[in-house]
Write a protein that binds this ligand. Structure first.
Ligand SMILES: [Zn+2]
Length: 630
């Protein structure tokens, strides 16, 4: 690839969707809990078709989706209600979610609206049972500062999350309703981003600000980024669904490269005086004796259609992104009519299609040497739709980079999704009353400390090293951590961080139900630890027991495990015995023998006594022994 991503006039903006970690959903009291689809109580189905919106306009994007009518099946749970099913009207906006959206708006230096109106945004992919997504504008006109200057934050909206797509079965789609209605903030930056690396920096900074609240959901799928990109003479293209932050840089780089390549192709086509025939020609007879399996399969009741693109030879096969060509763009458009893909002569002979068949195909459509022929084999109706879509895309190649919504692919490339949606997609949600945002309400918001500031404070205040301070400052557990440090000031902060961030995580991975471990358990645990009654190595075992029997007190738990019940004298006896049997080793190593012997004593007492206590006694006894040997 020779394309330079520092394409002239590169402009990019981000749209970030972050799920909020409120107890309840945005328009009902259901918990914001994700479920296993196997736990679904019942399912129901709908056929959704786009209706004329109240504005009297059917959106272009909606029309595109309408080409394929689908049945939508929904899985419901004992944690979802009639609001998710669209059988009951939405309740008023969740006040916690509104407050959190206001907090984030203030952190982004935004101007907050006087009244929050809930609007309906049409969606017809079945991701919402009602056929629209509810969204409300919270704030406008903010900014963040970055290494490449100020980046505007144009809008912040509070929205409901869509249902999770579980499976696309072709003629039907299965959705899960657990995620539908989880509050979400959508943050749109101005197109102030100037390079791929800058896009990543902005995304990271916004992510840091959001996580600083401690009230956003974590994990895969809880934050999604859409990226808008254009270059000079190119077009605005929106790439949806980037889940990994590391991919943003590549996405911007490759989209800029794609637009540069499309502009080069356009120049070349114009030089060649290329054109696009609008004649869709039936070339089925060319393949009467074919041995190509793909064609044979399609010909069972199907047809082969072809269209000639004069002057396109070599350009349909021109690479736009690694492994993706102009021909791939033809194919993506064609697939919207339900075909599996298309063939073009830049890539033929191939797929069992012979050189003779290619010659006959060219002849049948009257193609000259410099022409490219595109063909498709499928049912008559699908094949016709596919060819019409190819003709439209080929015409665009002569004139423009098309404005599109594209889908991010895992390698940083993107594929066509639909035309860029128009502006006529919103109308008022009359079931939800507007919420007045008073100055008092805004003034009562306490801005959270940024993670960037929290790390050095933890290092100073709790004597944590940078790694542990960073780990807990970035974690959703930071509020819990501060509570513990406040209530048990004598506890070693290192132990608290390791317990919250590593021990509990490992127990959960082992299948232990750590949700049973409550803050009160942790407070008792750390008090006992601070008093030297629970050795470090016993923490995991104690928590495991508590998770299984949450009704136990911590004292009961450590008694059950036999921790700290070493009879006075038992420890001394054990140590004396080990010293007595290893005198040669002690004479040889001197005080350096303490470390190795420590391991032996610990093993013998299996975490019943704290390491500190063993170390103290062992050091004392060995130094006395060495004294007598002098
Ligand atoms: Zn509900």
């Amino acid at each position: 690839m020779s394309h330079d991503y520092r394409a002239p006039g590169l402009k990019s903006g981000l749209e970030i969707h972050q799920q909020l970690d409120t107890k309840e959903k945005l328009f009902c009291g259901c918990p914001t809990l994700l479920r296993d689809t196997k736990e679904s109580n019942f399912e129901f189905f709908r056929y959704l078709r786009p209706t004329q919106s109240e504005m009297g306009v059917v959106d272009k994007a909606a029309l595109e989706e309408m080409k394929l009518t689908k049945k939508f099946i929904y899985k419901a749970y004992d944690t979802t209600c009639l609001v998710e099913n669209d059988e009951e009207p939405p309740r008023e906006l969740n006040a916690d979610a509104v407050d959190l959206a206001l907090t984030i708006a203030l952190m982004l230096n935004m101007q907050i609206v006087d009244e929050l109106y809930t609007m309906r945004k049409i969606v017809i992919d079945g991701s919402n049972t009602s056929g629209f997504q509810r969204t409300g504008l919270v704030a406008t006109g903010g900014y963040i500062d970055t290494s490449a200057g100020r980046v505007g934050i144009d809008v912040l909206c509070l929205e409901e999350e869509a249902a999770q797509k579980v499976e696309d079965r072709g003629d039907s789609v299965l959705y899960s309703l657990d995620r539908l209605g989880i509050p979400l903030v959508e943050i749109g930056t101005a197109p102030d981003i100037v390079s791929p690396a800058h896009a990543k920096e902005v995304a990271e900074k916004l992510g840091m600000i959001l996580r600083s609240t401690g009230k956003v959901k974590r994990g895969l799928g809880t934050i999604r980024q859409d990226v808008n990109i254009s270059i000079a003479e190119g077009a605005r293209v929106e790439i949806k669904g980037v889940q990994e932050l590391d991919l943003i840089e590549t996405i911007v780089e490759r989209e800029a490269a794609r637009q540069v390549a499309l502009l080069e192709i356009k120049k070349e086509l114009n030089k060649r005086k290329a054109s696009v025939s609008d004649k869709i020609i039936d070339v089925t007879s060319v393949f009467a004796g074919t041995t190509s399996k793909v064609i044979l399969k399609a010909l069972k009741g199907g047809i082969v259609y072809a269209v000639n693109l004069p002057g396109f030879a070599g350009l349909a096969g021109r690479e736009l992104q690694p492994e993706r060509r102009l021909g791939t763009e033809f194919s993506d458009r064609a697939k919207k009519s339900g075909v599996g893909g298309i063939f073009h002569t830049d890539e033929l002979p191939n797929y069992g299609i012979t050189e003779e068949e290619v010659k006959a195909l060219r002849k049948a459509v009257g193609a000259q040497e410099n022409d490219c022929v595109v063909m498709v084999a499928d049912s008559k109706e699908k094949a016709k739709g596919a060819m019409e879509a190819v003709i439209i895309r080929a015409r665009e190649a002569l004139e423009i980079v098309p404005e599109e919504t594209r889908r991010a692919l895992p390698d940083g490339n993107s594929a066509y999704m639909r035309p860029l949606p128009g502006a006529a997609r919103m109308y008022p949600e009359t079931d939800v009353p507007p919420v007045e945002i008073t100055t008092d309400r805004i003034n009562s918001i306490i801005l959270p400390e940024l993670i960037l500031d929290r790390i050095p404070r933890y290092m100073k205040q709790f004597k944590l090293n940078e790694e542990l301070a960073g780990q807990i400052a970035r974690s959703g557990n930071f509020v819990l951590f501060e509570g513990i440090m406040h209530k048990v000031p004598d506890v070693n902060a290192n132990v608290v961080v390791r317990t919250l961030e590593t021990v509990l995580y490992e127990l959960e991975k082992e299948g232990v139900n750590v949700n049973n471990i409550k803050e009160a358990h942790l407070l008792s645990l750390f008090s006992l630890h601070a008093d030297g009654k629970i050795p470090n190595e016993a923490v995991s075992g104690v928590l495991k027991l508590i998770a299984g029997k949450p009704e136990l007190t911590l004292e009961k738990a450590i008694a059950t495990l036999g921790i700290g019940v070493v009879e006075s004298g038992e420890l001394e006896t054990a140590i004396d015995k080990i010293i007595g049997s290893r005198m040669d080793f002690i004479k040889d190593k001197g005080m350096n023998s303490v470390g190795p012997l420590m391991g032996i004593v610990m093993k013998e007492l299996r975490g019943k006594v704290s390491g500190q206590e063993i170390s103290r006694l062992l050091t004392e006894k060995i130094s006395k022994k060495l004294e007598t040997l002098k």
